[in-house]
Design a protein around this ligand. Structure first.
Ligand SMILES: NC(=O)c1ccc[n+]([C@@H]2O[C@H](COP(=O)([O-])OP(=O)(O)OC[C@H]3O[C@@H](n4cnc5c(N)ncnc54)[C@H](O)[C@@H]3O)[C@@H](O)[C@H]2O)c1
Length: 283
């Protein structure tokens, strides 16, 4: 075992993802140079028999007493709305529910706080394939368009308002939404984190210009599909346009919001959150 200090991880939210990450740190933390600083959940009972009571945090407002190096939110977008700035002020912060960033004030405040505190706001790439390439194109000013289509069985969606109504009566492949991701995040906060991550990577387009398409398809009960279409610059002489398309087919348990490969993707993201200075960083 290395004698170097371990990175202390605070987990906020003990649902499917939080449980998985906490368990991974308990089992593989020594090897990965990580230890649990705390685990918080709205209902403490859920942690009984799994998390050592000394690692359970009773009041989230007291998170600073545990001196985490990295705080990971895997509870609900509201947690980042209410605590995000405090988290980034005190530590590096991985935002598991990035759909909350579709609120321009929250995005602005968190970007600012990252810059002033010197801590990194990490956005996990989730089911986004090629996110770093998209980020690089945005950095170089060559990204011209981005369209993301997510297709799942209707039971795998947790939707609000009109979209929920539309989803209830689906009897064949149906487009539930097609338009800027900004309008989709508030009505599908748990389903389009991948699109939100894409908007952060494609920062020159952002939530108003990245196009999201949500499709319900009863014929695929155990798959989550993500199609990504990237458009780059046009060659002035030949008129040719750079483009990349990818299709991610993720096996998923029937009715589950999170595909199984996404848990591992989250773990890989967490391992990469080693501190990248006061900025937003796709991990
Ligand atoms: N970035 C990604 O690719 C990605 C992938 C999977 C999940 N997620 C997000 O991560 C979060 C957790 O996912 P999960 O599958 O573990 O969900 P889950 O429903 O299994 O667990 C959520 C946990 O947070 C708690 N919680 C729910 N609402 C809350 C609120 N308003 N305030 C405080 N606590 C609350 C619940 O008690 C539960 O313990 C969700 O927001 C989900 O959208 C993101």
């Amino acid at each position: 075992m290395s004698m170097e200090a371990k990175r202390r991880i605070g987990i906020v939210g003990f649902g499917h993802v939080g449980h998985y990450l906490a368990q991974k740190i308990l089992e593989e933390g020594d090897k990965a140079g990580l230890e649990l600083a705390f685990v918080w959940n709205r209902t403490m009972k859920k942690m009984d028999g799994v998390i050592d009571p000394r690692l359970q945090l009773h009041r989230l407002s007291e998170f600073q007493t545990r001196q985490a190096d990295l705080i990971v939110e895997v509870a609900h977008p509201d947690i980042t709305r209410d605590y995000g700035e405090r988290f980034v002020t005190a530590a590096n912060f991985m935002i598991g529910s990035p759909t909350v960033l579709s609120d321009p004030n929250i995005e602005h405040r968190l970007r600012e706080t990252a810059t002033t505190s010197g801590h990194t706001l990490y956005v996990p790439s989730g089911a986004l394939w090629g996110g770093e390439d998209i980020q690089r194109m945005a950095d170089r000013g060559t990204l011209k368009g981005l369209r993301i289509t997510m297709t799942k069985h209707p039971d795998s969606f947790q939707l609000k308002g009109e979209l929920a109504e539309k989803n209830r009566v689906v009897d064949g492949r149906t487009i539930l939404y097609e338009g800027p991701v900004r309008g989709l995040c508030p009505v599908a906060p748990n389903n389009v984190n991948t699109m939100a991550a894409a908007c952060m990577a494609a920062h020159t387009l952002g939530f108003d210009h990245v196009i999201g398409v949500l499709v319900a398809d009863p014929s695929i009960p155990d798959w989550h599909l993500v199609d990504i279409e990237v458009t780059g610059a046009r060659n002035k002489e030949t008129g040719q346009v750079f483009s990349v398309t990818t299709k991610r087919c993720n096996p998923a348990e029937v009715g589950h919001v999170t595909g199984s490969a996404t848990f591992l993707s989250f773990w890989s993201s967490l391992l990469g959150c080693t501190g990248h200075g006061g900025r937003v960083y796709l991990c």
